[in-house]
Structures are given as structure tokens and as C-alpha cells.
Design a protein around this ligand. Structure first.
Ligand SMILES: Cc1cc2nc3c(=O)[nH]c(=O)nc-3n(C[C@H](O)[C@H](O)[C@H](O)COP(=O)(O)OP(=O)(O)OC[C@H]3O[C@@H](n4cnc5c(N)ncnc54)[C@H](O)[C@@H]3O)c2cc1C
Length: 686
């Protein structure tokens, strides 16, 4: 077969597959559209009291972290070995915390569901990690990183936390270099930097397109050292299914041994959740297949407030969906926007090979609309701009859901070798997935779900609304407001695990003694009973639909109505449909096999059941927030030129949701956001 015939055959197949996928989406939309619009926004939740962070000291922002470290109580080394901490998760946030607390002398018990801690999803991170080192002498500073992050998050993040993140960022790089993390270096041997979206400086440290992998290897080695030293007990292939709360304090977890099916209880003096994000609620996302919300959702049901659940990040540079049977999307790192130029043909009728389209017939729309930041605008802005040009009918590739990311100029300017050195593994990945050579023809990209800014509410100490339950990394609602800037998740995970939590958890642990909790405690018996009851229920339904079919349908609803653009009408439909889906799930799901051993259908069923409940809360959160901000774009709230329009007078708060009981309306607690250092403004990247 000639290359052309092969290409035609491949594209023909892709068109058919995308056709099937779109048909499925359309039918899901139709059935949702048929529903009576019965959900009244005001009846969806109850209003609770306002809440506040009480831990950030009331001193100048630059002194707050030092002051908190000083005022936080200490635990003397001889007492630390008598105190125990459970850490769920071994990604960057969990592994760094376990290694550091183990090194400090606490008794740590660590869990992950993978077969090795080093397979946590953090290993997938590609592009880099930010730090305000100002190695480039380009005007960077702690204050600028703080400012960029608050502005990038569309002024919906807590100032104190973000400032601390910027301060600690510089320590992270030193820590990782000392561990031997092989960051990219310049010819002279100094650490190299590149730029990520939403900033005008180069502050991103990287290890080719494998930054997460190299950082996780550093944290994993530190963790393994503590495992060998006996301070950390590691339990792989164990999934946390319930939190144990005794006398109002987090005191343990119920886990399922995923190999034997055994249900085990582990107790401790404090519990840390570092269980990652919940992007897979959308079914298709760039997250690892196993990423789920169960650990944080179970904690939420036990009393931990869930903050800003509707704030999800849609990443602009992902390989477009190619078919209905696809279960995973692939990210093309944001770092590619340093050198790649994004464009679509000026005319939607132009179906020529991109290489044949002359310069003056191309629309480099980001450079045109946002000349100051060009291709490096933040992710929410780049994603919406891609959606807009595709909605105008100018999208490229199968189904018209794609835009070009073109390296022709960069290759001409820097030479192919240099481009290969920076991005080689990403180009290889793209070629293997699409069968196209990105050195010769532009990549095709489209936005996809990537990260969740929402998560469990925490105070400045990273403690949730349940005393003794701390939350780190992507699992907390964190420092990113309504939109996360690139290369800041790795920074936050490692800041939390290496530097913040080890200083703040002492304060809680020093407040002991903690009475011993054993299996006979009624709270433990209740938690174990609820896990076993749920597993039995899932196995007993023996319905007709697979777990995946429910997950996929939920994903379609979430993407259509709580994805890149949300509207009052769409969100109400979504809530109705999700409620129906929940009923259908619990009466018609088919989970084969038993609970006594490896059973991936059972694992997925539990996770999807939690995703369905979370999906409803996400839509309620999105519905109640009648403004656009960052990743939350409300169709009814935009400027004349289509940019997100915030309403600071009404919505400058964190929405922290309390679980009020099965079948009860969630309770909304607002944490007002006070800006003392950054002036609230309409974001502009023009
Ligand atoms: C493809 C991709 C590329 C990215 N690139 C970058 C980048 O270049 N720069 C950047 O800053 N960010 C990047 N991110 C985001 C970043 O990788 C993540 O936000 C970050 O790694 C999350 O780390 P974490 O430690 O919080 O969670 P994770 O790494 O997701 O780890 C979660 C851990 O929790 C465990 N766990 C979860 N639930 C349970 C349970 N119920 N029981 C037991 N264990 C459980 C898992 O086993 C795992 O060990 C990228 C994300 C993706 C998807």
C-alpha cells in the first residue's frame, strides 16, 4: 500500500470511529434534552455558616510561614516514635510526606493501590515544576510567582497559602537536586528553565518530558530508605474504602487488600490523604486510568468539607479523541507551547494538507487575540479559544475537533536536533499514537480534562474540617483557585509533602495523648460494616449494564454540561440525569466475580458509584456559582468579547460543601477570600 492509500485508509477508519463516538454523544444529549427541567437551583442545597482559616498568622504575608513554623508546637524526637500517621497515596505529595515524617521519626503506615509506590500517577507528569529561583534574571521573584498564581487562578485562591507555596518553591529544587533528580542543564552546567502558560518569565525546571517521573523517583528513593529503616510500613495493592472517625477525630482507615479481598482496619493518631485528583469523573481524561475520588469522597461523607468541586482544568494540548472505544486521552505537554505555534486555517472550507496552506491563510489565533502572552496564555484561555475556533467550523482533523500545533518555525530556527533534545519523547509518543510524524506535519491537539483544582477543604495547616485529617497534593482544594497554571501541581505536591505538612502536623500531634483505638471500637465496626455492606450490595445486584457503560454515560453528561462551558439550563439537566443514573446504577449494574480476591470490576464499581455522587455535587457547585472564573465558564456570564466575567462582589469565596446525610441536601459554607496584597482585576493576557 502506498503512503497515501495508507493515510486514506487510516483517516477513513478514524472518521467512522469518530462518527460513532459523536453519535453516542448526540444520543446521550438527546435523552438528557428530553428530560423535564425539574431541578430548582434554590432547592438543591442549604446555606450553612461561613467558615475561615484560623491558622495563618496575622502578620505580614512574607512572615506568615516563618511565624507559623515558630508557633506550631513541636514533638520531641523521643516522643515521635510513639506517634503514628497513616498516609494514603504515594504520588509526589504522599511519598514526600511519608519519607519526611518517617525520617523525622514518626511511625508511618503508607498505602497505594498500585503494585509499587513509584507507579503513582505523578509519574506521568511531563513538562516541569516551577520555582522562583530567578536563574534567568528575567524579573522573577517570590512575589511574582505568588502574583502570577493568584491571578492565574482568577482570584479565587487564598493569598496566605499561595505566598507560602512561592516561598517554598525554591527549597524544592534544592531538595530534589540533592536527591540526584536529573533536571535539564544548560551547556555550562547550570539548571535550565523554560516557560509555561500565564507567565512572562522562565521559571520552569524540567527533565525533558519526564519531570514527574524523575521527581517521583527521588521521592520514592527517599521513601524506600525509610521503609528499609523501618519507620514506614508500606502496603501496596490496598485501596482505602472508608475513613474511621472516633470522637470527631480521624483515627484510621478501612482498606481492601486488592489481591486477597481481605478487609483490614488500620488505626493511627492522624491520617493524611494524598490520593490525587478526580478528573476521571469525566471518563475520558489525561489522568491515569486508576485515578479516582473514593478516598476523599468517603472522607467527605464522614464530615470533611469538599471545596470548589466544579473547578476542573481542561488542558488545551491533548491528542484529540479518536474513537468510541477509547478509554484514555494523552497529554502533549504545555512545554510544547514554548516553541510550537497554534493555528487553524482562516477558512473552515480549507481542507488542504496543513503544509500546503500559505502563511497568510492561517490564523494564529492566540498570537492574534492575546499578543502579550501569545501561545503561552493560561490553560483555561487557550482551551476556550480552541473550542471557539472549532465551534466556528474551523477545527481540523476528524470531526473538526482539533487545532494545529506547529513546529516548522522552531525547527527552522533551532534545528531539528535541538527540538528533538527538548521534546523528543513527546514527539515519539505523538507519532506512536497518531501514526503521524510531528517533525514533518503539525500536531493536532484538542482540549481534554486534565486536573482538578477542587478537593477537600483545608486550612493553612493543610488540616481538613475533620480534626486529625490532613490532605495534601491534588487531593486538597489547594492553592490554584479556579485555574491552575502549568508546572504548579508538582510544586504544590512537593511543597505540601516535604515542607508544609511536616511542620504543621506536629502541632496537631503534640496535642495528644490519643487514646488507643482498636477493632472493637464501635466507630471501627461501623466503618468495616459499611464497607462490607457496600461490596455485598454491588455484587448482589447482578443487573444488565457494565460498570464502564455507567462511567461512560456519566462522563458524557459531565463533559457536555459541566465541561468547558456551563449554563444554568444544562446544569439542571445534568443534575436530573445524574440522579436517574444513580438509581439505575444501584438497580442494574452488573459486577461479575466475588469479593474474595482480585476483582477489577468490583474495584471500578465502587469508584464509579462515588464518581456519580461527586458528579452531582460538581454540577450543584457549578450551578450555584453564577459567574465565570478560570476553568468554570458560565455561558451567562461573559464579557462582550467572550472572556470570563467574574462577579467579585458575590462570589469571591471558597465554596466548601458539607455532606448532610444520604438523600439530604448538601450544605454550603463560604470561606470569604480576602485580598490584601493582590488587587482584584479582570484578567487580561492581551
Ligand atoms: C499527563 C499529565 C501530565 C502532567 N504534567 C504535569 C507537569 O508537567 N507539571 C505539573 O506541575 N503537573 C503536571 N501534572 C499534574 C500532576 O502530575 C498531578 O497533579 C500530581 O502528580 C498529583 O500528585 P499527587 O501526589 O497529589 O497524586 P497522585 O500522583 O495521583 O497519587 C495518588 C496516590 O494515591 C493513591 N490512592 C488514591 N486513592 C487511593 C485509595 N482509595 N486507596 C489507596 N491509595 C489510593 C494512589 O495509589 C497514588 O499512590 C500532569 C498531570 C497529567 C495527567
Amino acid at each position: 500500500m502506498s503512503d497515501d492509500t495508507q493515510n486514506e485508509a487510516r483517516h477513513g477508519l478514524r472518521d467512522r470511529v469518530v462518527g460513532t463516538w459523536r453519535h453516542a454523544v448526540d444520543s446521550a444529549k438527546d435523552s438528557v434534552g428530553d428530560l423535564i427541567n425539574s431541578v430548582d437551583a434554590d432547592l438543591l442545597y442549604d446555606q450553612g455558616d461561613d467558615i475561615a482559616d484560623t491558622k495563618a498568622p496575622k502578620v505580614d504575608i512574607a512572615q506568615r510561614w516563618d511565624e507559623r513554623k515558630f508557633t506550631a508546637k513541636l514533638v520531641n524526637p523521643a516522643n515521635r516514635r510513639k506517634l503514628s500517621v497513616i498516609i494514603v497515596g504515594t504520588g509526589l505529595a504522599g511519598a514526600s510526606a511519608a519519607a519526611t515524617l518517617g525520617e523525622a521519626g514518626y511511625k508511618v503506615t503508607s498505602f497505594c493501590y498500585q503494585d509499587s509506590p513509584r507507579r503513582a500517577h505523578s509519574i506521568a507528569a511531563q513538562g516541569g515544576i516551577n520555582a522562583a529561583k530567578n536563574y534567568r534574571n528575567d524579573g522573577d521573584s517570590v512575589y511574582r510567582l505568588f502574583y502570577d498564581t493568584v491571578k492565574g487562578g482568577d482570584f479565587r485562591a487564598r493569598e496566605s497559602n499561595v505566598y507560602r507555596l512561592a516561598q517554598v518553591s525554591t527549597n524544592i529544587i534544592d531538595q530534589c537536586v540533592a536527591q540526584g533528580v536529573p533536571f535539564a542543564r544548560e551547556y555550562g552546567g547550570l539548571l535550565d528553565n523554560r516557560s509555561f502558560g500565564g507567565v512572562q518569565v522562565s521559571r520552569t525546571f524540567y527533565a525533558r518530558g519526564q519531570t514527574g517521573q524523575q521527581l517521583l523517583l527521588g521521592a520514592y528513593q527517599a521513601l524506600e530508605r525509610q521503609i528499609a529503616a523501618g519507620t514506614v510500613a508500606m502496603h501496596t495493592r490496598h485501596e482505602m474504602l472508608e475513613l474511621v472517625v472516633v470522637d470527631g477525630k480521624a483515627r484510621g482507615v478501612v482498606v481492601r487488600n486488592m489481591v486477597t479481598g481481605e478487609i483490614e482496619t488500620h488505626t493511627a493518631d492522624a491520617v493524611v490523604l494524598a490520593s490525587g485528583g478526580y478528573g476521571n469523573v469525566f471518563y475520558l481524561s489525561t489522568n491515569a486510568m486508576g485515578c479516582n475520588v473514593t478516598a476523599t469522597w468517603r472522607a467527605h461523607r464522614k464530615g470533611a468539607h469538599f471545596a470548589n468541586p466544579c473547578y476542573t482544568q481542561i488542558h488545551p494540548t491533548c491528542i484529540p479523541v479518536s474513537g468510541d472505544y477509547q478509554s484514555k486521552l494523552t497529554l502533549m505537554s504545555e512545554s510544547l507551547r514554548n516553541d510550537g505555534r497554534i493555528w487553524v486555517p482562516k477558512s473552515g472550507e480549507d481542507k488542504r494538507d496543513p503544509r500546503e496552506i500559505p502563511e497568510d491563510e492561517r490564523d494564529y489565533y492566540l498570537e492574534r487575540i492575546y499578543p502579550a502572552f501569545g501561545n503561552l496564555v493560561p490553560r483555561d484561555i487557550a482551551s476556550r479559544a480552541a473550542k471557539n475556533v472549532c465551534d466556528e467550523g474551523r477545527g481540523v482533523g476528524p470531526g473538526g475537533l482539533g487545532v494545529y500545533l506547529d513546529f516548522a518555525d522552531a525547527i527552522e530556527r533551532l534545528g531539528r536536533k535541538s527540538v528533538e533534545a527538548k521534546y523528543g519523547n513527546l514527539f515519539d509518543m505523538y507519532a506512536q499514537i497518531t501514526g503521524e510524524n510531528p517533525y514533518e506535519t503539525p500536531m493536532r491537539i484538542y482540549p481534554a480534562v486534565h486536573y482538578t483544582m477542587g478537593g477537600l477543604w483545608v486550612d493553612y495547616d493543610l488540616q481538613s474540617s475533620i480534626p486529625g485529617l490532613f490532605v495534601t497534593g491534588e487531593a486538597n482544594f489547594s492553592d490554584h483557585g479556579a485555574n491552575r497554571l502549568g508546572a504548579s501541581a508538582l510544586m504544590q505536591g512537593l511543597a505540601d509533602g516535604y515542607f508544609v505538612l511536616p511542620n504543621t502536623i506536629n502541632d496537631y500531634l503534640a496535642s495528644g495523648p490519643f487514646p488507643k483505638v482498636d477493632a472493637s471500637d464501635p466507630a471501627v465496626a461501623e466503618a468495616v460494616g459499611s464497607v462490607k455492606g457496600r461490596i455485598d450490595k454491588l455484587l448482589s445486584i447482578k443487573g444488565s449494564r457494565t460498570v464502564d457503560s455507567f462511567h461512560k454515560e456519566l462522563g458524557h453528561i459531565m463533559w457536555d454540561y459541566c465541561g468547558m462551558e456551563r449554563s444554568e439550563e444544562g446544569l439542571r439537566k445534568a443534575i436530573s440525569r445524574i440522579r436517574e443514573l444513580k438509581t439505575e446504577f444501584w438497580s442494574d449494574v452488573r459486577v461479575l466475580g466475588t469479593g474474595e480476591g482480585l476483582n477489577q470490576a468490583l474495584e471500578r464499581a465502587g469508584r464509579v458509584a462515588d464518581f456519580i455522587e461527586l458528579g452531582e455535587l460538581m454540577c450543584i457547585d457549578a450551578l450555584h456559582r453564577r459567574e465565570s472564573c478560570g476553568g468554570h465558564f458560565r455561558a451567562e456570564s461573559q464579557t462582550e468579547d467572550g472572556e470570563a466575567l467574574r462577579h467579585d462582589d458575590e462570589y469571591a469565596y471558597v465554596a466548601a460543601w458539607e455532606f448532610a446525610g444520604e438523600g439530604q441536601r448538601p450544605v454550603l459554607h463560604k470561606e470569604p477570600l480576602v485580598y490584601e496584597y493582590v488587587e482584584l482585576k479582570q484578567r487580561s493576557y492581551k
